[in-house]
Write a protein that binds this ligand. Structure first.
Ligand code: C5P
Length: 216
């Protein structure tokens, strides 16, 4: 059987995992899946149909309809959709449906970089490389503010920080698949690291694993 290569990237909202995942997928020529978009797609469907986010059976139906090839980042990236996604993501049945699709994606040759909250712990526990990317809540809030201002928007730092802390609590505190580093994950703290430095650090970790494997 051909070995598919899997890079699992987990971490809290705003730590820079998305950018890192994209850079690594380009560099190692792997498929890329931002699993957050799958939870966002479920939340978006409920919002579109004016359904409450705790309507579990509607969320399950929406989860079954998620098509990984049709995830529209432009539509799903709205802040409110992210908040809503973290609410539907607490339901184990919704997670099971999405995790199955994510695993199928990961199995497709030549392999993939997947980023999310539970990739190294639940979705791909046998991933070749596991990275846990983090940064302090203040740094993440500052980055988010800079991003909003760079496109001409305005926002309040304290409110952004409160949002981030609340989302962390929801993601780390849920009973099913809480956000936490896998025991064998490499930790990357990007608080004082630009994305380029984080990319180089991740590459060093991956190349080291690949070199050891070549020798074995
Ligand atoms: O990463 P992103 O902000 O797009 O994720 C939105 C929400 O989806 C997260 O706050 C989290 O609650 C949920 N999520 C998850 N498991 C994943 C990816 C995202 O529970 N693998």
């Amino acid at each position: 059987m051909t070995h598919v290569f899997t890079i699992a990237i987990d971490g809290p909202a705003g730590a820079g995992k998305g950018t890192l995942a994209r850079r690594l997928a380009d560099h190692y020529r792997l498929n890329l899946l931002d699993t957050g978009l799958t939870y966002r797609a479920v939340a978006y469907t409920l919002i579109q149909h004016a359904l409450p986010l705790d309507n579990v059976s509607a969320a399950e139906t929406a989860a079954r309809q998620v098509d990984l090839a049709k995830l529209d980042r432009a539509v799903l990236s709205a802040h409110a959709v992210g908040e809503a996604a973290s609410k539907v993501a607490v339901y184990p049945t919704v997670r099971r449906i999405l995790v199955e699709k994510q695993r199928d994606f990961a199995k497709t040759p030549p392999g993939a970089v997947l980023d999310g909250r539970d990739i190294g712990t639940v979705v791909c526990p046998d991933a070749d490389i596991k990275l846990y990317v983090t940064a302090s809540a203040e740094v993440r809030a500052q980055r988010r503010l800079a991003e909003i201002e760079s496109i001409g928007g305005t926002a309040d730092f304290i409110e952004i920080l409160a949002d981030i802390v609340r989302r962390d609590e929801r993601d780390m505190g849920r009973a099913d698949s809480p956000l936490k580093p896998a025991a064998d994950a490499h930790l990357l703290d990007t608080s004082e690291m630009a994305i380029e430095a984080a990319f180089l650090a991740a590459m060093a970790i991956i190349d080291d694993v690949l070199a050891k494997r070549d020798k074995a």
